[in-house]
Design a protein around this ligand. Sequence first.
Ligand code: ZN
Length: 485
Amino acid sequence: MSIFIYNSLTRKKEIFQPLNPSQVTMYVCGPTVYDQPHIGHARSAYIFDVARRYLAYRGYQVKFVRNVTDVDDKIIDKAKAEFPGEDLIGAVKKVSEKYLASYHEALQELGITNAGISEPKASEYIPKMVKFIGLLIEKGMAYQSGGDVYFDITKAKEYGKLSNQSLEKMESGTRVLAQENKKNPLDFALWKSAKENEPSWVSPWGKGRPGWHIECSVMSSDILGDKFDIHGGGIDLIFPHHENEIAQSEGAGKEFACYWMHHGLLTINGQKMAKSLGNFVTIKDFLAKYPADVLKLFFLQTHYSQPVDFTWEVMEEKRSALERITIFLGMVKKREEGSESFTKTNLKKAVSAVELEDLIKDYREDFLKAMDDDFNTPNAVAVLYEIVNICNKVLYDSSFNKAHLPVLKYALETIKEYAGILGISFEEKPLLISEEQIKESISMREDFKKQKLYAQADKIRKELEEKGIILEDSKDGKTTWRKRI
Ligand SMILES: [Zn+2]
């Protein structure tokens, strides 16, 4: 079975053939560290983590690089705002270190550990960037203008091939700053001369700092080689960032990335996320309300290439959807323990253990087929729900017998294994209340109900719900409880 990946460069779904048959080299544009990480960052990190996990599951050794931009105007602005009057160079360092730590902490809490990945920082690669820029000048691909160095896009014959745009169209969307002395409006800065008090480094063109695009060309080739397998990022990076990365790397005589993967962007209630709109949702904000698995399920149920719209209402739906799986997992355990309170349905056609096992085997293949098809996680997750659906039918049916049990366990293990590839852990939070207290509350509620004091009974139910305990009343009047995700 082959894996197919939609390649933004060729605009086609292609069979994935890594340069080295046992290894995948992958570079993803990472965060600019100047603010608290938000759920848009979470989506980007998670999408590529899922791809990395799946490729590893399929037997590849994955070499994964995600850069950290810690030299940038936004960081300098933040440093001025957060540490007014302080030495700017020190303040810039403090800001980037602080927000990189927040980023790491947030990903850790989301369970996106990216164990073993490389995380090069732009600030640590300046001499290599200077060397690379020197090479571009030497090859006639770049020119010095005052203390700045620009890439000459007229020398890049295929400029626009990734974003699939004509020069005219690209030019119309480009803003030229007054202080820039470029030959062509689309020429972009490789090196910018130093501004007073700002962090700067020495170079043959005077003190200054690199433009943003050059870091990715330099760090990817330094760690992964001049030609590597997958380059990823958000769709908003295609132009100009990735277009410029290609121009730089190819301009320096390197072959660069073979497959370009771009993910769609995240909106909040249909709007772009922005602090000025007051709709900024940090990863911390999210995790204060829901577990990470809920956000992951939300992301998985849309293909990575598509936009997603976040609303809190949808999160509530995703939590319930996730609980359908955890309830199933719990019920299999109850069956194992020999609980007898199950028989509820009478299927028209009972499913035998042998039939069920065949179905699970088919579903296992369907899951892999979905993932092979450009990491089609919505279809892969749908397969997990089909397993839950068919197994629930068996679990609650009068035809259930002991022969079903090992097959149900097989289904349970399949769900755990495949959810694990997707980074879903079904991690349970500890109870905020003792089991005795829950039982006491339930019996109090029953007393209220007997006395027809329904408002009080309901109050108890709600109080428990706030503590993450859901009560379920069966038809025969019995109340059971379960933990909310
Ligand atoms: Zn980049």
